[in-house]
Design a protein around this ligand. Structure first.
Ligand SMILES: [Fe+2]
Length: 347
């Protein structure tokens, strides 16, 4: 009897495959649009395929994936978008290119401060916005964001543009904690302490510490790993060895963190497979592996980061929800313009 049922099912499956080979082939896939390099994702996605039988296809690009999904509209093959920063996750939601995902597994795996209250985006890993400090010229081993406005840092701070998404995330977190007036005063203080006009990326600020142009700089944690292991530009290893990492506000509210995360595309052609992938990526093991690929921290604080990332110090993350930070991004961006942060210090 069982044999007969199995045989019938087999025949039915074969018939369906024969009748509509494309549908059957496509149903076994999930299409991923990713800002993260396919080589970094491969071990994780291979494990996903072994576990679920669902194959993965990746479209990788350094920018423009959100716009691409938007312009592809209902015909978009995108199922899941992997992106970084709350600014981009929230933008995907407000652009209308996402759909909510309701999953008890994801909810259990990802702390509430790292997912959208409407279930449109979910963090997988965090990156902390910390202080790179000269080993030679900075004696202290702790710091606060508030302290960056202290005149003792005059002419000693480097940072990238105040309008970059990473800066906006941090400033928005200050607005969420202290309100607009206090944050304006703080940001003016930081501006007056800058060594130069905000310029370049996070790594170039560390280079400026190495060359003596400044003593401390704002940057994301994972760049330490990227510099320490850089074989293409080995001079970056020297930049990295000239600095130590200070985790701001470690003794009180915690360090500001941002997200690397995922959304399901609004017109995902393979909704079930997309949900399976997102549930898989939210798992403890996947958080660890996904984080290790870029020296980031699992969103679940009980899961250890990889050895190198852990060696830089203990991350006590600010418990502010990224959704609250997102709400203050616009104010933060206006503040940056209002005080002319990117014009640099008063000379
Ligand atoms: Fe980055």
């Amino acid at each position: 009897m069982n044999f007969l049922i199995k045989t019938s099912l087999k025949i039915l499956t074969l018939t369906l495959s024969t009748l509509n080979p494309i549908a059957s082939f496509a149903d076994n896939f999930v299409n991923i649009y990713s800002y993260r390099q396919p080589a970094l994702l491969k071990p994780l996605l291979d494990a996903f395929t072994v576990q679920t039988g669902v194959n993965t296809r990746i479209l990788f690009a350094k920018k423009g994936l959100g716009q691409r999904i938007n312009s592809e509209g209902e015909n978009s093959p995108a199922d899941v978008l992997l992106t970084v920063d709350i600014g981009r996750l929230e933008a995907a939601k407000t652009q209308g290119i996402t759909q909510p995902v309701y999953s008890d597994i994801i909810v259990a795996n990802i702390p509430p401060q790292y997912r959208d209250p409407d279930n449109h985006w979910f963090g997988v890993t965090t990156r902390a916005r910390i202080i790179y400090a000269s080993k030679e010229r900075v004696q202290q081993d702790s710091i606060t964001y508030e302290e960056l406005a202290d005149p003792k840092w005059k002419g000693r701070i480097c940072t990238r543009s105040g309008q970059h998404v990473y800066s906006i995330g941090l400033i928005a977190s200050m607005v969420a904690h202290f309100g607009e007036t206090k944050t304006t005063k703080w940001l003016k203080g930081v501006k007056n302490n800058l060594a130069r006009k905000p310029t370049g990326n996070d790594r170039s600020q560390v280079k400026a510490i190495y060359s003596g142009e400044c003593d401390i700089a704002l940057g994301n944690t994972y760049y330490m790993g990227k510099m320490q292991t850089n074989t293409k530009e080995p001079e970056q290893k020297k930049w990295a060895s000239s600095v130590k990492l200070l985790f701001p506000n470690a003794k009180d509210r915690g360090t500001h963190v941002n997200l690397s995360g995922m959304v399901m595309a609004k017109y995902a052609p393979h909704i079930e497979n997309a949900k399976k992938l997102m549930e898989f990526l939210s798992s403890a093991k996947a958080q660890h592996v996904y984080g290790s690929a870029n020296y980031e921290y699992p969103v679940n604080p009980d899961i250890a980061a990889d050895e190198r990332t852990s060696s830089w110090g203990i991350l006590k993350a600010d418990s502010l929800s990224l959704s609250d930070i997102a709400k203050n991004r616009k104010t933060a961006s206006e503040l940056v313009d209002k005080i002319g942060f990117d014009n640099g210090p008063l000379l």
